[in-house]
Design a protein around this ligand. Structure first.
Ligand code: ATP
Ligand code: MG
Length: 570
């Protein structure tokens, strides 16, 4: 490709509204253009990267035996009503609209309903199973906070696959195969990733594994055990019950704490360890107006764990000040579990603290030396908090370390969630109807573009791994308009590399100074650069620079194809 005939629309400045490297560099490098919030066009340069990733995904899915199909983005409401998700799909994410006949439709955020409809019509006998269908296609989710460019977009490209089985054993085997397929995809992309245990969210089902690209900018927190055996999204990671404190009970006392409305201010005022306090969060109940959740003062609530509890309303909603005042009789800064007349659930770690400090359910008053059993009726205990670094691993071996990750893939065992509600069955060996079991497997193709940049960039721009770079090599002739020798050598090398099947960009833009071309090449992240200039050419050499190491060497011009071939990590 000749740069003079290819749209390279790099910007001098970083865009001011982009918070993280991948968003900045994709915009500054002219890979994407914003159309509306969370909605982007892929420019020719960006599309080349996207297509490379799609191709890796497609090759690995095909290798696994999955079959590619393509489903519509426009989906009729009837299917979503059958599965029960027309009202139930994650709050507001579903973009709904009507056609000219006033029929309800949505823009597909995921395709379980459509594929299950296909499968129930297409698959008749258990002998046709298992099957795994996949597509690479546009999704729309009306995200509350679209941000970070293509990492959390509203319109994005996903590879989604759905498998159908006669039994759970067969599902497990395809699930394992998809696990391996995802490992292969991310390895080919040269990304540093981890597979982690995950929550199943609104898609539903039982077992699920997420694939995370490790990056400081990641929105997810992942808990790893120091022995490497355990990795889970902290949404899910179980915090085990610590040993009960072995301390003689002290007499309970009421103390005045005027104006101390936060745990920290109480801790400072009394000069105590925050671990000797409990905090009380008031949320809406499932059957009662409120439910009180008690955590140790230094711990944070895990909303997903809380909303899974029978007594707690889902989605988790905090009670407002006036509701708290009505039921408990004080402001949110002075609540405590002593003498409460509403349902109380105590976190495992809070349940083993003795002689603790808590609010006295009266503004400006706290209790000290409170003990479970003696001063507070024992309440149900549950795992309510986020696991933290240094906690013992739930496996019992080693300690937890927390890292940030970008979720790029998610594989689920759905069981019969959709096949039961949508009546997708086949005939078994005895000719009886058998409800199929399903798995589903998503990978964020467009999110991967951003995730790859988060792991591969420096102050000058992107450093694409060779397997997903828009071009493998860039040729930069120096002052070709003044030097016929440079012009000719560059043209010849360009032809030769193209003929040998390399993906080459030649920067033949006449009006540009070499410095600006170098800057562009680094910004757009072409991994291998060859500079053709008079000085080296006098010795029949060219100057090769590797984008990732920054090292420059002289290559004999005749050996460029073979040296380049060995430099490429494909
Ligand atoms: P998240 O937790 O990040 O919102 P999700 O769990 O809702 O994602 P899935 O339903 O598991 O996402 O979708 C499969 C894959 O699609 C994700 O692993 C991710 O790579 C990609 N994806 C999901 N939402 C978006 C989005 N808003 N923008 C870009 N990619 C997305
Ligand atoms: Mg997910």
């Amino acid at each position: 490709m000749k740069a003079s005939q290819f749209t390279i629309s790099t910007l001098k400045e970083k865009p001011s509204d982009a918070e993280i490297a991948s968003h900045q560099l994709l915009v500054q490098g002219g890979f994407i253009k914003k159309l509306a919030s969370g909605i982007y066009s892929w420019m020719p340069l960006g599309l080349r990267v996207l297509r490379k990733i799609e191709q890796i995904v497609r090759e690995e899915m095909d290798r696994s035996g999955a079959q590619e199909l393509l489903m519509p983005v426009t989906q009729p409401s009837e299917l979503w009503k059958e599965s029960g998700r027309w009202q139930m799909y994650d709050e507001g994410l579903l973009l709904k609209f009507k056609d000219r006949h006033d029929r309800d439709f949505c823009f597909g955020p995921t395709h379980e309903e459509v594929i299950t409809d296909i499968a129930r019509n297409e698959l008749r006998s258990h002998k046709q199973l298992p099957v795994n269908y996949y597509q690479i296609q546009t999704k729309f989710r009306d995200e509350t906070r679209p941000r970070f460019g293509v990492l959390r977009a509203r319109e994005f490209i996903m590879k989604d696959a759905y498998s159908f089985h006669a039994d759970l054993e067969s599902l497990q085997s395809t699930f394992d195969q998809m696990y391996t397929t995802y490992q292969r995809i991310l390895t080919r992309m040269r990304l540093d990733f981890r597979a982690v245990e995950a929550d199943s969210g609104s898609i539903g089902g039982s077992a699920s594994t997420e694939f995370h690209v490790l990056a400081e900018s990641g929105e997810d927190l992942i808990a790893f055990s120091s022995d490497g055996e355990y990795a889970a999204n902290i949404e899910l990671a179980e915090a085990i019950t610590p040993a009960r404190e072995d301390e003689p009970e002290k007499p309970i006392e009421r103390i005045d704490t005027p104006n101390q409305k936060t745990i920290q201010s109480v801790v400072d005022h009394l000069s105590i360890d925050i671990k000797k306090t409990v905090k009380t969060l008031v949320v809406k109940g499932h059957q009662t107006p409120i439910v009180v959740l008690v955590l140790r003062g230094d711990h944070t609530l895990n909303a997903l764990k809380a909303e899974k509890l029978e007594a707690v309303a889902s989605p988790l909603t905090f009670a407002d000040e006036s509701e708290i005042k009505t039921v408990i009789g004080c402001g949110p800064g002075s609540i405590g579990p002593v003498g409460l007349n509403c349902p109380v659930i105590v976190d495992r770690a809070a349940s083993v603290v003795s002689n603790f400090v808590c609010g006295a359910n009266q503004d400006g008053v706290h209790w000290i030396n409170v003990n479970w059993g003696r001063d507070v009726i024992e309440s149900p205990i549950a795992d309510l908090r986020n696991i933290e670094s240094g906690d013992p691993a739930p496996t019992g071996a080693g300690f937890i370390e927390i890292k940030r990750g970008i979720e790029v893939g998610h594989i689920f065992q759905l069981g019969n969630k959709y096949s039961a509600s949508m009546k997708a069955s086949v005939l078994d060996a005895e000719g009886k109807a058998l409800t199929m079991v399903m798995g589903c497997y998503g990978i964020g193709v467009s999110r991967l573009v951003g995730a790859a940049i988060e792991q591969n960039n420096d102050e000058r721009g992107i450093i694409w791994p060779d397997t997903i770079a828009p071009f493998q090599v860039i040729l930069i002739p120096i002052n070709a308009h003044k030097s016929p020798a440079v012009q000719e050598a560059a043209e010849q090398l360009y032809q030769e590399l193209n003929d040998d099947g390399f993906e080459v960009l030649i920067d033949d833009r006449h009006q540009m100074r070499p410095g600006a071309k170098f800057a562009d090449a680094e910004l757009i992240g072409i991994p291998h650069r060859i500079v053709i200039g008079d000085r080296a050419l006098a010795n029949t050499e060219v100057e090769y620079t590797c984008r990732s190491s920054g090292e420059t060497t002289l290559w004999p011009i005749s050996q460029v194809p073979e040296l380049l071939r060995s430099a490429l990590d494909l």
